[in-house]
Design a protein around this ligand. Sequence first.
Ligand code: AMP
Ligand code: MG
Length: 343
Amino acid sequence: MTATRIIEASDENYKEAVKAACELLAAGEVVALPTETVYGLAANALDAASVAKVFSVKERPTFDPLIVHVSTRAELSRVAIVPDGIKHTVEKLLNAFWPGPLTLILPKHPDIPDLVTSGLPTLAVRQSANKIFRAVGKELGQPLAAPSANRFGRISPTSAHAVRQELDGRIPLIVDGGACSEGLESTIIHITAGEKRPTITILRPGPVTKEMLQNFGKIERPKKSRDPGSPCAPGMLESHYAPRTPLILLENADDFRPETGKKYGLLSYTGEPGKGYTGLYPWTIIEALSPGNGKLPEAALRLFHVLRKLDDAGLDCIFAEPVSEVGLGVAVMDRLRRASKQV
Ligand code: AMP
Ligand code: MG
């Protein structure tokens, strides 16, 4: 058991927080840091022993590879190799979306320990837009491997409080940078050169949407694979982001079969009376993703926060309304499907 310290990274002590994080990271420790997507559990990506701690703290199986974060564009060449055939596309994508929530799968640099990529010849890499996160990477002078700061398979944390719920006593430090501005994990893409246009395969939908990527190439969703060894499988693990309370994504209201005497909660899109499933049942609690008019960016931002609230409400089951699968709605539905038990 480790005492977990929380440092609030306000404008005044922002440097103190970065220094404390760097001291621990340089000593081979892991620390939780804010990013614009969700809180990350960071380790020096070039130090296999530190990376091993990330897996053990999260109870993450070693077949699920980590995302590596660079603090500058120049650092990319230390962690990955950009093949000539896609160089131009990568450059355009980085100009458009970095720093930001777009993760690229590229051939890995030999200096990256195999543990980081779960033995895969490719590496997932991005540059976070969060200035605290980037300042830590810069001051440490090393790329950071940082998956979400939750125990494996559970809801990703979008606040320092949520990280504490997940990892208290397991890590020495949480840097509190306030609530995450995106609230959903990064979009992960793989690029293949084509004769006319490259193909961009969206391995995990996220804040950078299909609509935002379609000018850069032909967009594809990956074929389904259940083989955890396949490069397409990680991040596509079918059960993920799950609350402890069973959650059912009710794509069709006719499939609702309530049992008597149970406490049910509703994860509603707008929470408005008469809209969606609010009138379907006398719900014990209703939580709205985007109260009022319903806006997908707000729904994406609040999803994990609201899921945590429902998970803490002592319910027998959470039922979730579907949202429309356009723009950010694709990523929201992706996370709800993975969190859901099949009906
Ligand atoms: P997390 O940071 O916990 O949200 O998860 C990182 C995710 O990145 C993993 O679950 C994988 O889906 C994905 N990932 C990392 N490396 C690779 C890779 N080489 N190929 C495909 N996906 C990857
Ligand atoms: Mg995760």
